[in-house]
Design a protein around this ligand. Structure first.
Ligand code: SAM
Length: 255
């Protein structure tokens, strides 16, 4: 492990089950001078549960721009910080990127601890190919939504979206319209919580299912990539390999 002094740690916190916090996350939260939290009330509950009493400071998307400069100034003077979000890994569909970029630009060290995040268990348990995937986060609610969906029509990698329960049906319908109703998908709901559920099927099957079953809690939507594109990529690769083998032969003979 690096011996450099770390000014900013990004510390993942549980996405549901409070036991999904690492020993290193606890050590780190105990060792820093200040914990930056997206919502000090939510994080206060977790820290109380972990019996960590620390200087807690608010850091969220509304004060992010303003806070960054001051925080970097304090880091330059030697203060150490841990950034946590309400759930999961900070900076993944959460505030954090601006701070990481500014800290690195100031020549200071950043370390992100491995840990809980919603999209990895959703992707892995979806049963869809996970060797290559695209994390799309939240789709825009209005402006730019259709453009973003249209840009993904030929995407061959598995797609991952964060979605709210009241928008899921609309999203499934829009994706079915753009990608075809028979495209495979999976909805991972309430991961690591009491009512965890993974529904798998075609987009139209998922629509039918959620039209009758209650849609509550937190959701990750995973959608298969475009199979035609995948095939043509594989075909292209096969062709290239055949060409390469052909080219290789005469060279061997020269050797
Ligand atoms: N930073 C978090 C991470 O690392 O996954 C994501 C934060 S983002 C603001 C919140 C979204 O993550 C939710 O709307 C949902 O799409 C997803 N999410 C968070 N917890 C989840 C859970 N337990 N089950 C399913 N999805 C979850």
């Amino acid at each position: 492990m690096s011996q450099t002094v770390v000014s900013l740690y990004l510390v993942p916190t549980p996405i549901g089950n409070l036991r999904d916090i690492t020993l290193r996350a606890i050590d780190t939260l105990q060792s820093v001078d200040v914990i930056l939290a997206e919502d000090t009330r939510t994080s206060g509950i977790l820290l109380k549960h972990l019996q960590i009493s620390k200087n807690l400071q608010s850091y969220h998307s509304f004060n992010e721009h303003k806070a960054v400069e001051k925080l970097v100034g304090r880091m330059k003077k030697g203060e150490t910080f841990a950034l946590i979000s309400d759930a999961g890994t900070p900076a993944i569909s959460d505030p954090g990127f601006l701070l990481v970029r500014a800290v690195l630009a100031a020549g200071l060290e950043v370390q992100c601890l491995p840990g809980a995040t919603a999209f990895v268990p959703a992707l892995v348990s979806s049963g869809l190919p996970n060797d290559r995937f695209v994390f799309e986060g939240f789709l825009p609610h209005k402006k730019g939504r259709k453009t973003r969906i249209d840009a993904l029509v030929d995407e061959s990698r598995t797609l991952i979206f964060y979605e709210s329960p009241h928008r899921l049906l609309k999203t499934l319908e829009q994706l079915a319209e753009a990608f075809g109703a028979d495209r495979q998908g999976a909805v991972a709901r309430e991961l690591s919580k009491l009512h965890e559920e993974i529904a798998r099927g075609t987009l139209v099957e998922l629509i039918d299912y959620y039209q009758v079953n209650p849609l509550k809690g937190e959701i990750v939507l995973v959608v298969a990539g475009c199979a035609e594109q995948r095939e043509s990529r594989a075909e292209k690769q096969e062709k290239k390999q055949a060409e390469w083998k052909k080219e290789k032969k005469p060279r061997k003979e020269i050797d």
